[in-house]
Design a protein around this ligand. Structure first.
Ligand SMILES: Cc1cc2nc3c(=O)[nH]c(=O)nc-3n(C[C@H](O)[C@H](O)[C@H](O)COP(=O)(O)OP(=O)(O)OC[C@H]3O[C@@H](n4cnc5c(N)ncnc54)[C@H](O)[C@@H]3O)c2cc1C
Length: 561
């Protein structure tokens, strides 16, 4: 009897110890962020400090796991010799798993903090710089090029690499449609540039001029200060802008190119629904409920697809609007949609958009855009929402650079991406014209810009070392286009897919085009939530907010006076 009570007490004590051990492990896991933050603030000064920290973390977090593995391999029957607590094995394995997970995090973070400290030291004490490389434009192509240069040349003390971009983030434009509809949180289609770079200097500034005679890039920063960045090699990846000179009255249309464009369009569409919900006049209602997209290329078609899905989703909150009152128009001057893709994608897009009630005006060049009206040879449509996505022009700074350019203003390059007129200038992406092996220029697409970035970085590194550059040869993998409501089409390496599976493939592909895991994780989370919920309807009218702020300031001022 006594022995029974004694045994029970012992079991209880072991249980309490195990429970305390588990709680301590979990609490330690919960506090890991704070510990890491403190470590990042203090930094890791020396290599010996690094190894002692790693050794400490390994001993603390992996010993239990190693002991358990040893027992399991050498003494498989050890749990039977511990009659006090039959579940001790499972319990200890669970604690060991938590501790090991923490150990992995700990070691990764220690290595990360050490690497950051080393990079900072390296940049601060760089010896005589012999070669300066300036990458102008940190979009899809520019950031990829800077990252490749970082890998190839970042460790060299004689080379300095600088990336200049207008914004301190990079935009993955194929995600802009979902950011506009609210499926994706607006910030998550972008990625801050600084965490993507190790030994590349980043400057948030707008390039004003690339002076090839003096080998200087003139930039103006957010503080409005003018700076001159000397270079030995300049990589121009400034992209393109919407062509506003093609159709008279283009200034009345919205563009869809930047994060701000997506935010403004989203607010505008929601605003039209709010107004139409209470509008009694038939003509005004029709204008408010008509959405027009000009341009039947990838951007125009994907945008219209996303907008039809978005408005459909949100209509249930507007009892004053009937679905058959909504009008969607798409204008394309060419003889089919998606001219940059195979007919298969265009046919699918056409069927889907028509099913959603869109009127597709193919082979119909728009002649004029008015304040709320689009005119073509056969008539006109009144529309409060007009988006222009018909063609692009190269960035103005790139187009004004004093090197050989084609008649559209794109910088002409050799197949190696080097300017045909200046060996110190390299250009690629939407602002350049690079001949493919067939002799025609590569199209303005993200997949080309990303591949060209790798080649341009290798070629710049080769040129610095006096090696010959290699040509950029790329055969497109295919095309993918999404249209909202889990619908997409893709034609990749001859494999044609439509519907949900194509939509899932496109999403997965672009998820991995985002450079860092933290943003990928945020995107995946947004997508998961959006599968179960409807897109958010919140409208943040920045102009209205600013006006309110000014009014409040004026009111406060007059009260003080
Ligand atoms: C909405 C949208 C969707 C798209 N979807 C697809 C798709 O699904 N598939 C596909 O293949 N392609 C797609 N594209 C095309 C693709 O985005 C471009 O081909 C690609 O971005 C070109 O890369 P880039 O580096 O040349 O230019 P960009 O990525 O446009 O980068 C240019 C960079 O230069 C910066 N910049 C501009 N002017 C200055 C200045 N004066 N000073 C400093 N910085 C400056 C800009 O801020 C930007 O960061 C899409 C384009 C858009 C607009």
């Amino acid at each position: 009897m006594d022995q029974g009570i004694g045994h029970q007490r012992l079991t209880l004590i072991v249980d309490v110890v195990l429970a305390l051990l588990s709680i301590a492990a979990l609490m330690s896991l919960a506090r890991i962020r704070r510990r890491h933050r403190r470590m990042a603030q203090r930094g890791i000064a020396s290599r010996s400090d690094l190894w002692s920290r790693i050794a400490f973390a390994v001993v603390l977090d992996f010993t239990l796991l190693i002991v358990l593995i040893y027992l399991a391999l050498v003494v498989p029957a050890w749990p039977a010799t511990v009659p006090i607590q039959p579940a001790i094995e499972i319990w200890l394995w669970a604690v060991a798993a938590v501790l090991s997970f923490m150990g992995v995090l700990e070691v990764l973070f220690i290595a990360h903090v050490y690497r950051q400290a080393q990079d900072a030291k390296f940049l601060a004490h760089r010896s005589e710089i012999a070669t300066r490389v300036v990458v102008v434009g940190g979009g899809i192509g520019g950031l990829a090029a800077a990252r490749h240069l970082d890998r190839l040349l970042g460790g060299r003390r004689d080379v300095e690499i600088t990336l200049v971009n207008r914004d301190n983030f990079f935009l993955l434009s194929p995600l802009l449609f979902e950011a506009c509809s609210g499926v994706l949180e607006l910030r998550h289609c972008a990625q801050p540039i600084r965490p993507c770079l190790r030994r590349v200097r980043f400057i948030e500034a707008t390039a004003q001029e690339i002076d090839v005679a003096r080998r200087i890039v003139r930039v103006v920063g957010p503080d409005s200060a003018l700076r001159e960045l000397p270079y030995d090699h300049v990589v121009i990846a400034l992209g393109a802008a919407t062509n506003l000179s093609l159709i008279p009255g283009s200034e009345h249309a919205r563009t869809f190119k930047t994060v701000a464009d997506a935010l403004l369009l989203r607010d505008h569409v929601i605003e039209q629904l709010e107004r139409a919900d209470v509008e009694a006049d038939v003509n005004r209602r029709r204008r408010l409920l008509t959405i027009t997209v000009i341009g039947g290329g990838l951007v125009g078609v994907e945008l219209l697809g996303e907008l039809t899905a978005f408005v459909d989703d949100e209509l249930r909150y507007y009892p004053g609007i009937r679905r058959d009152e909504l009008r969607f128009h798409l204008f394309e001057a060419g003889n089919r949609l998606l001219p940059e893709s195979k007919p298969f994608l265009a046919e699918y897009a056409e069927r889907l958009l028509r099913r959603r009630g869109a009127e597709l005006h193919v082979g119909t060049p728009v002649q004029e855009i008015g304040p709320a009206c689009v005119r073509w040879a056969g008539g006109q449509v009144e529309s409060q929402t007009i988006v222009l996505a018909a063609g692009i022009v190269p960035n103005t700074v790139a187009a004004a650079t004093n090197v050989a350019r084609d008649r559209r203003g794109r910088i002409m390059t050799e197949p190696t991406l080097r300017s045909t007129s200046d060996p110190r200038v390299w250009a690629f992406g939407d602002c350049a014209s690079t001949p493919s092996p067939e002799g025609t220029p590569y199209p303005a697409l993200a997949q080309h810009a990303v591949r060209a970035a790798r080649v341009v970085a290798r070629n710049v590194a080769a040129a610095i070392d006096g090696q010959p550059p290699k040509p950029f040869v790329y055969e497109p993998l295919g095309m993918m286009a999404a249209f909202g409501h889990t619908r997409a089409a893709c034609d990749v390496r001859g494999i044609k897919l439509t519907g949900f599976i194509a939509w899932w493939m496109r999403r997965t592909y672009y998820l991995f085009q985002m450079p860092r895991w933290d943003t990928r994780f945020r995107i995946a989370l947004d997508w998961t939530v959006s599968l179960l919920t409807r897109p958010d309807l919140t409208k943040i009218d920045l102009a209205e907010e600013r006006e309110l702020e000014q009014r409040n300031q004026a009111a406060n001022g007059s009260r003080v006076a």
